[in-house]
Design a protein around this ligand. Structure first.
Ligand code: HEM
Length: 292
């Protein structure tokens, strides 16, 4: 009984005991220590913005690295070995790539966990939002909805890709990647991932700019319109670059399908000695014909 009394003493006063002229919400916020305004929602929002910005910038850099296959197979090979430390260590170390993937994966999981707070949590919430959206017909509310669903798709699509990169960092290279894309049937996943990631990233950056007030110029309406155009250009550019690169991997994968599993050997021109040594240590079947 005394426990019960102690507990009731920590609860907010019953509504009947409040002065009728005091607004209810205000009484609760100011009167009870447990209900005092917390800074955590703001902190979590900041963390979500920061992790989203990091992932978007990472994605931009990643798309340029991956599209180096469009320059040449040796160019992509050089980029892949660079991230294994081949240019400053005695031999390439694929575990360095695993560490980078681990870091990106950690930020990705954190970002997804923070985003869960914003998902409709029950059918009623879902229905309320859908009705609200249909009634408002507000462009940015529609964008938020699109970002929610592309984010949901990324939970699955990006996790599969990241896991592959984490456990097989040594299998990144012109033949290795092309074999994974074509013979390993990863291209449908990459196609979906490309659209989901670039649409999600474009909307995310647009919303970040609005939320934190990074609006160019003095007129907010004109700035918003300009930002919208930038967002669309961002998504279209990276979807285009991704599609062309993916096509290059598919074509190389088809050409290399009969020798799938064979490792790529660089042509030798301008390749650092450490890479040539690394290539010599790995048993490599030198192909008779090189695609692309
Ligand atoms: C450190 C982490 C990552 C590494 C090392 C990495 C590496 C690669 C590599 C080497 C490829 C070429 C295909 C292959 O080898 O399988 C590729 C393709 C791709 N990656 Fe990643 N990736 C990483 C993270 C991500 C993330 C977080 C996303 C998106 C959320 C992403 C989206 C894609 C897409 C869409 C493609 C297909 C590219 C295209 O269309 O040409 N990657 N990635």
């Amino acid at each position: 009984m005394s426990r019960l009394l102690e507990r009731s003493a920590t609860l907010p006063p019953p509504i009947a005991r409040q002065a009728p002229e005091t607004p209810l919400a205000l009484t609760h916020v100011t009167a009870h220590p447990r209900l005092r305004r917390s800074r955590w929602p703001a902190r979590l929002d900041l963390l979500q913005s920061a992790s989203g910005l990091f992932l978007a910038l990472f994605l931009v850099a990643h798309m340029f690295f991956v599209s180096s296959i469009l320059i040449s197979q040796d160019a992509f090979y050089t980029v892949a070995r660079f991230f294994e430390g081949a240019y400053f260590l005695a031999t390439p170390q694929p575990w360095i790539v695993s560490c980078v993937v681990g870091g990106v994966l950690a930020v990705f999981v954190l970002h997804a966990w923070l985003a869960l707070r914003k998902f409709p949590a029950s059918f009623r919430q879902y229905q309320a939002f859908a009705e609200h959206r249909a009634r408002l017909r507000h462009d940015d509310t529609g964008l938020w909805w699109l970002q929610l669903w592309t984010g949901f798709a990324l939970f699955f699509l990006a996790s599969i890709h990241l896991y592959g990169m984490l456990v097989h960092p040594e299998l990144i290279g012109p033949y290795e990647s092309a074999d994974r894309v074509w013979t390993g049937s990863m291209w449908p996943l990459y196609l979906l991932l490309l659209f989901a990631a670039e649409i999600h990233g474009g909307i995310g950056l647009y919303r970040l700019a609005l939320k934190w007030g990074w609006l160019p110029g003095g007129n907010p309406d004109a700035a918003r319109r300009r930002l919208r155009r930038l967002k669309t250009a961002f998504s279209l550019f990276f979807i285009g670059l991704g599609l062309v690169s993916l096509l290059a991997y598919v074509r190389l994968g088809i050409a290399h399908a009969e020798r799938a599993g064979e490792r790529y050997a660089p042509s030798g021109d301008g390749t650092p000695a450490t890479l040539a040594e690394g290539a010599a240590v790995t048993p490599v079947v030198v192909p008779s014909r090189r695609g692309g």
